[in-house]
Design a protein around this ligand. Structure first.
Ligand code: HEC
Length: 254
């Protein structure tokens, strides 16, 4: 009897409710990134961050151009290897190389390494036959590329969005503020940036709006709330609307 009483007290004690509420919430304080291996001068930071952001946007476009092939369930091997991708991406990046410093070029090479790695490790997924949707799309490539690039350099890249699908794209306070200004500006939204700090590190943060094109609307378009082909609720947006942004944080030498 006594045992039963203790068990029921444990089961219904308010403590167990508190414990549940305390599970799965973000730890307070800290910084998601605290070791920035690559640092640039204060003067070079805005242009360097823009080079990284533009390169990610171009890489996204190179993958975007292959989406119907990647989504063809009849095809097995797509021939869209890391090498093939890297070659197309580098061709698209050629204009960016004009006038950049050796330090910026070295950093861009590391981004290209990360982007190629992301393609290499997704080959089995991309080449799966009999499946239309393989969960490989530009945003996923950019997310994984950002992860490898961050591991190698400490530079932080993200794609925060109005209605983000991947949890790693949750906007922080600054990104939320910038994103809401982008959304208000709509089609006329332009890139912006600021010098600030991440923990003790001086950084330059750069934000580039990502606008929707017509083919994006299959998932991010209308009607709002209707399920897209992946089961996510559509965002209810139109072509030209700002869906999110590319966010880059680069360490500044002190
Ligand atoms: C097939 C449905 C689909 C289409 C079409 C699509 N997206 Fe997405 N989008 C997704 C999914 C799923 C994710 C999450 C990918 C991940 O990180 O794994 C995503 C992520 C994003 C993100 C990052 C924020 C987030 O939600 O995690 C941006 C920005 C984005 N998409 C923009 C676009 C743009 C621009 C286009 C058109 C060029 C586009 N999307 C086309 C499904 C789609």
């Amino acid at each position: 009897m006594k045992k039963l009483l203790i068990t029921s007290m444990l089961l219904f004690s308010p403590l167990s409710t508190v414990a549940e509420e305390a599970i799965g919430i973000p730890a307070k304080g800290g910084q998601p990134e605290y070791l920035f291996m690559e640092k640039v001068t204060r003067d070079a930071a805005p242009a360097t961050a823009k080079i990284i952001s533009d390169a990610l946007a171009l890489g996204r476009l190179v993958i975007f151009a292959q989406m119907s092939k990647i989504g063809d369930p009849k095809l097995g091997d797509k021939g869209f290897t890391g090498d093939v991708f890297a070659e197309q991406w580098q061709a698209a990046l050629e204009a960016q190389l004009i006038g950049i410093s050796p330090e910026q070029e070295a950093l861009l090479k590391k981004l290209i390494w990360a982007g190629k790695l992301s393609m290499d490790i997704n080959q089995d997924r991309i080449n799966t036959q009999g499946v239309k949707y393989k969960h490989f799309l530009p945003a996923k490539w950019a997310r994984e590329t950002g992860l490898f690039f961050n591991a190698k350099t400490g530079v932080v890249t993200k794609q925060p969005s109005v209605n983000y699908r991947h949890p790693s794209n949750v906007p922080d306070a600054t990104e939320k503020k910038v994103l809401s200004a982008f959304v208000k500006a709509g089609n006329t939204a332009e890139a912006t940036g600021e010098y600030t700090k991440m923990g003790k590190q001086a950084v330059y943060r750069y934000f580039e709006p990502v606008k929707l094109m017509t083919p994006c609307l299959a998932c991010h378009g209308k009607p709002k709330g209707e399920l897209d082909m992946l089961g996510y609720e559509k965002d209810g947006m139109d072509a030209g609307d700002v869906v999110g942004m590319i966010s880059v944080a680069i360490a500044v030498k002190q």
